[in-house]
Ligand binder design. Sequence first.
Ligand code: ADP
Ligand code: MG
Length: 676
Amino acid sequence: MRPVSVDPAQLEALEKGLSTHFGFSAFREGQADVVDDVLRGKNTVVVMPTGAGKSLCFQLPAMLLEGTALVVSPLIALMQDQVDALTARGIPATFINSSIGDGERAARTRAMREGRYKLVYVAPERFKSEAFVQAVLESHVSLYAIDEAHCISQWGHDFRPDYALLGQVRKRLRPPRTVALTATATPEVRDDIVKVLLLKDPTIHVAGFDRPNLFLEVTQVSGDDDKRRAAVALAREAGSGIVYCSTRKQAEGLYEHLAKSGVDAVLYHAGLEDEERRLAQERFMQSKTAVAVATNAFGMGIDKPSLRFVAHAGIPRAVEAYYQEIGRAGRDGQPARAVLLFNHADVYTQERLIQSNFPSETLFVDLWNALRHLEVFDKGVHLLASQVGASEFEVSAALKVLEREGLLARGGKGEGHYEVRVLPSAEGHHARNADARTLLGSLRSTIPHAGRVSAELSTLGARAGLDEETARHALSLLEKAKVVAVKRPFAGRVVTVLRHESWRELGVDLTRLRRQEQGQLLLLKRMTDYAYSKRCRRAFVLRYFGEDAHFGQSCGACDVCQGARLVIPEKEPREKGTALKVLPDQYSHFAAEELKRFRRELAQDLGVPPFIIFNDQTLFSLAAALPANQEEFLRVKGTGPSRWERFGPKILDLCRLARAAGDVPQRTAVAVKRRR
Ligand code: ADP
Ligand code: MG
């Protein structure tokens, strides 16, 4: 932790303000320096982890300066929370956003102009209203704060087009000082914040990322089996923790294994009923040994300082996300462990996920050709998906873009008719969830025997006395219990096609989409770099966030400096396997992927299963040996003269490509034939 550089007399004054206005006895790391700079009128960028106390960095100056602080925040819920907390302390604060009626908005705007608030929180789109900008210009603004400032950057995860306006707003408002705050700051994001906000020579403060009691470790695993055994070992050694999984399915499998192995395991994911989730959370909080197996839906608002470990069974999408999740361990200051169970195949899974979020131009063309001659489309997203040969996920992502481009309009969620049929199994069924029970009762009484009803969700709900959201949840519970069959309208939303020109005539510019895709792939690449890092991981993370890191010989808190801690226990003897002899860092991933593609295509052409061409062992051995000539090729186990005849030279080409791409294995593999 760096010492505070504020001079003692000033620090004392600031501490007095801190205690008078907020009731806190001391600053947290970094806060005093920022507050001091902001008061001096410097433009500042603040990068601190979530929960470190960034809000105070503009809230205290707001109290110490004359006038009103204008705070931009992206989420209504965030504004509400902060304003509630301030109001509870007797600080005059409010928010102005779309959640309040026109009359109330006008009243609050007027009160702002009259200087009746110390802080006013606004959503970025508020500045699109000229009347509001005028009102701000007539107010006495003490400072302009941009919270969650990474939303400005297309390189980050939460780009908001409205945030892009904030620089121009700043230019018009000419506030005496600006402070931008975020927990995520790759160099690209930080540059964007400075550039978009038009900040000249801002002071940049990065603080609070170092967690010396958190031991960082990456363990190479070859698949789910390894992951399961590793998770059991960790739970036995370390105590209470969280194992994060990438999918519900993975979580369910891992949970089952842990429970069977005698671990006090708790399953948690968004697909559970509210009651189940609440119980899981409660049990997790109360037990000293509980291990939560969870998707990343778990953790927000979980405050268990005595967590001894956080493990990941899949690679997270970015270092920021990873660091936030592992940061939940060891909050009591006692030693804790963060283990990434790493398998390179998981990277491909994440890549595919990102790519389907950013559909290809070809998909847009196909989708548009399917839609452009229609007026409305209300059939079902699966239909569109099969028509264009893409996943529903991809098609939904593409529709979102088309809507943003103004080419189509989508009805609100829940619009359109649901078709519900009560199944014979409903007879005598007793739903555990009270809402589901109510809905089922109402459906039974309105639907003729063996018949069906077609109505909007809100109508179905209203008949049962439930609001729309509750009805949606209750209906899906009944569907899961197989007592009703539901045909949903088009992803809940009817599409109205607004333009009818050809894709080319529309001239849609997809560069922004491509840039965001590149941004997310880059974030994933950095996370992968962390997994492969041969240098200190503690330093890696600190440098990633922009903090200085000098630990000399050993940081004392990572596997690279201190040696691995987690040893995955051997498999049970009965699980005799044909496990691969080649480890992930022993082969070229580039070559392996190319070889797989080549094998798949050749197998398709020949109409045979891929392993007939060559099996996985041979594939990875080739990717490890990267043969440069016939002799080297033949030395690889599983090859032979006839295979050389058929595709040897083609494989040498692929291996040459891998070399040219610089993707050569770090260690030599073992699976070569013995020399005769
Ligand atoms: P961030 O925006 O960095 O995620 P917040 O500003 O929401 O974090 O602060 C997290 C919590 O820490 C809040 O409950 C806040 O009241 C508290 N907090 C901030 N600074 C201090 C301090 N100096 N002393 C005690 N609590 C603090
Ligand atoms: Mg915050």
